[in-house]
Design a protein around this ligand. Structure first.
Ligand SMILES: C[S@@+](CC[C@H](N)C(=O)[O-])C[C@H]1O[C@@H](n2cnc3c(N)ncnc32)[C@H](O)[C@@H]1O
Length: 262
């Protein structure tokens, strides 16, 4: 317990640095141990369909392990330190994964990482929180794994402990906030949703009858809710459309809900 606290405290205390060549680093360089790298990629269920981005990639070990051991189709590391970018490229070559792994010198706050299906982080709590709005704009289902630090009030979808280190995992939820409507056989359906990460609160109106949600969950692009009645719903979110099935008092109704312009 003390060791784990010390590991996290190390990065926190070491906080932002200006190197000899006047580069401002938001996070100092500290490498993730190999067993923790493996735990992060296991937690994210990395596999051949994935594109892994490591923000602040250091010597490249996370994206190299993703390509070598988890066979991901592409790995990209971004780091501000040109020497680390050069070292990471050499390490990728030595590991025979240069065909799938590249490293770019750049600032994680300016570089594009929209194509990531897995994002790995060993940064600092405030850096994670600053990146959070951009992370929430990634495609629903993107997995985000962070060594040691959480993401403010965004509760993780998974976590693991390895070698006294803590690893967290989040799944980017689809955006469901807003008013959604459908009409089936002249019966109007309406959902009013307020979203807080993977939780959705709201009410469902079927005809003239309105009921508050008991529970609403967004996992990747799947939205489910329950309400008194009993009413249950499960549907797939694709932009401004949710396609699914609503069950009210045992009767199943296929619904295609469209989000009203806000
Ligand atoms: C704690 S290390 C993590 C290294 C690697 N991801 C790992 O887990 O082994 C943080 C890395 O972020 C880099 N870094 C710090 N600020 C950055 C920024 N604004 N943009 C890109 N990289 C940055 C540092 O150079 C350092 O290599």
């Amino acid at each position: 317990m003390i060791k784990r606290a010390l590991a996290a405290a190390f990065l926190l205390l070491a906080a932002p640095q200006v190197a000899a060549r006047d580069i401002y680093f938001d996070v100092p360089y500290v490498a993730t141990p190999p067993a923790v790298v493996a735990a992060m990629l296991n937690l994210a269920k990395a596999g051949p369909n994935d594109v892994v981005y490591d923000l602040g990639s250091g010597d490249g070990r996370i994206v190299i392990a993703a390509a070598r051991d988890f066979k991901v189709k592409k790995g990209i590391g971004i780091d501000l330190d040109p020497d680390l970018v050069t070292l990471a490229a050499k390490n990728a070559k030595d590991a025979h994964v240069s065909d799938r792994v590249t490293f770019a010198r750049g600032d994680i706050f300016k570089m594009d990482f929209k194509e990531a299906t897995i994002l790995t982080l060993y940064l600092l709590p405030d850096v994670n929180v600053t990146l959070r709005p951009r992370i929430l704009d990634l495609a629903p289902g993107t997995r985000v794994v962070s060594h040691a630090f959480n993401m403010g009030d965004w509760v993780p979808d998974g976590a693991d402990n390895v070698d006294m280190r803590r690893v967290y995992m989040w799944i980017v939820p689809a955006k469901v906030q807003g008013v959604w409507t459908a009409n089936v056989n002249n019966v109007p359906y309406r959902l009013d949703l307020t979203q807080h990460y993977q939780n959705a609160d709201g009410k469902v109106k079927i005809g003239a009858r309105e009921t508050a949600f008991e529970m609403g969950i967004v996992k990747s692009d799947v939205f489910t809710f329950t309400a008194a009645g009993p009413v249950t719903f499960e549907g797939k979110v694709a932009g401004n459309t949710i396609t699914g099935t609503l069950t009210a008092a045992g009767k199943r109704t296929p619904l295609t809900l469209v989000r009203e312009a806000s």
